[in-house]
Design a protein around this ligand. Structure first.
Ligand code: ADP
Ligand code: MG
Length: 288
C-alpha cells in the first residue's frame, strides 16, 4: 500500500504526519493494521493512515479518533449491504416515491401515501393493495415503497404474479415446493406486481394463496398491484373461496389505494394527438 508509513530515514521528504518516529511505533502501527485486516475491517485498515493524519492535525482525542476510524468502516459496510439488498430485490426500475407526480393523479389519497412512505406498515406487517387500470402508476408506487424499505434496511423482493406462478409450478414438478414457499415467505416486504393481468390457473391460485397465508401468519408485508377491483376478486382468481380467503388475509392488516385517474403512459399519446389536432408541435422533453 502506498499509504503505508515507512521509517523516517528511508523517505524523509514524503514523510506523512503519521510516520512513526520510533521503531516501536512503527511496529505498533503495523500491528494495528494487521488487527484491522484480521478482523476484516478492510475499509478502516485502508483509511488508517489518513485518519491518523487527521487525528494529529485536528488534535483529536483517542475517543474521537477511534470513532472516526470505525465510522469509515460502518459507512462502507452499510453501503455494501444496501447494494446487496437492492441486487436481491430485483426492482424493475429505479423509481423512488419522490418521483411520483401527484398533480398527474389528483384522485389519489396523497396523505395515505405519505403515511405509507413512513414505512410504518412494514414494521406492522400490514399489506398494501394498489388497485387501478393500466398506466396510473401502481408499479411505480410499489417499487418506490420497496426501494425505500430496502434503504431502511428491510429485505425486499419484487416479482410479478405470473412469475411467481411459473416458478411455483416448476418447483412443484421438481420437488422443491417447500423451498420455494420458504423463499417467498422470507423477505420482510414482498411486491406482487400485476395480479389479475393474466388469468390464474388453479395451481397458481393455490400457490399464491399459500404465499399470502404464510406471510400473513409471519406478519410480513405484501404489496400487490392489480387491475381487478376487490368486488371482482371472487370471479377473477379461479376458485371464489380461495379468492375470498386470500382477500381476507390481505385486508385484515391492509390498506387499499385506489387509483382511478388518467393513464400516465397515455399522456404522451394524448399530447401528440392534441398537437396533431391543433397543429402545434410537441417537443420530446414536454412528454414524459
Ligand atoms: P401501472 O403499473 O399502473 O400500469 P406504472 O407504474 O408502470 O403504471 O406507470 C407507467 C409509467 O408512467 C411509468 O413510466 C411511470 O414511471 C409513469 N408514471 C405513472 N404515474 C406517474 C406519476 N403520477 N408521476 C410520474 N410518473 C408516473
Ligand atoms: Mg404495472
Amino acid at each position: 500500500m502506498s499509504e503505508t508509513p515507512t521509517t523516517p530515514h528511508t523517505t524523509p521528504h514524503t514523510t506523512p504526519h503519521t510516520t512513526p518516529r520510533t521503531q516501536s511505533q512503527a511496529e505498533t502501527y503495523q500491528r494495528l493494521r494487521a488487527h484491522l485486516a484480521f478482523l476484516k475491517l478492510t475499509d478502516a485498515a485502508e483509511a488508517l493512515p489518513r485518519v491518523l493524519d487527521q487525528a494529529r492535525a485536528d488534535k483529536l482525542s483517542l475517543l474521537d479518533g477511534l470513532e472516526r476510524l470505525l465510522a469509515v468502516e460502518v459507512t462502507a459496510t452499510e453501503e455494501r449491504k444496501l447494494t446487496s439488498r437492492l441486487r436481491f430485490a430485483c426492482l424493475p426500475a429505479p423509481w423512488r416515491l419522490a418521483d411520483f407526480d401527484y398533480t398527474a393523479q389528483p384522485g389519489i389519497d396523497e396523505s395515505l401515501l405519505r403515511e405509507l412512505s413512513t414505512l410504518r406498515f412494514v414494521d406492522e406487517g400490514a399489506n398494501v393493495l394498489f388497485i387501478g387500470p393500466p398506466g396510473v402508476g401502481k408499479t411505480m408506487l410499489a417499487v418506490g415503497l420497496a426501494r425505500a424499505s430496502a434503504e431502511a434496511g428491510h429485505r425486499v423482493y419484487f416479482t410479478t404474479a405470473a412469475d411467481l406462478a411459473a416458478r411455483c409450478r416448476k418447483a412443484a414438478i421438481e420437488g422443491r415446493w417447500a423451498t420455494m414457499m420458504r423463499f417467498y415467505a422470507g423477505p420482510r416486504l414482498l411486491v406482487l406486481d400485476e395480479l389479475g393481468y393474466l388469468p390464474l390457473a388453479a395451481d397458481a391460485a393455490a400457490a399464491l394463496f399459500q404465499v399470502i397465508n404464510t406471510r400473513y401468519a409471519n406478519g410480513s408485508s405484501t404489496v400487490i398491484t392489480t387491475n381487478v377491483g376487490i368486488g371482482a376478486w371472487a370471479t377473477a382468481f379461479g376458485d371464489p373461496i380461495v379468492a375470498a380467503a386470500m382477500l381476507d388475509r390481505l385486508l385484515h392488516h391492509g390498506v387499499v389505494v385506489g387509483i382511478d385517474g388518467p393513464s400516465y403512459r397515455l399522456r404522451s399519446h394524448q399530447a401528440r394527438a392534441e398537437a396533431l389536432r391543433t397543429g402545434t408541435e410537441v417537443k420530446p422533453r414536454d412528454i414524459t
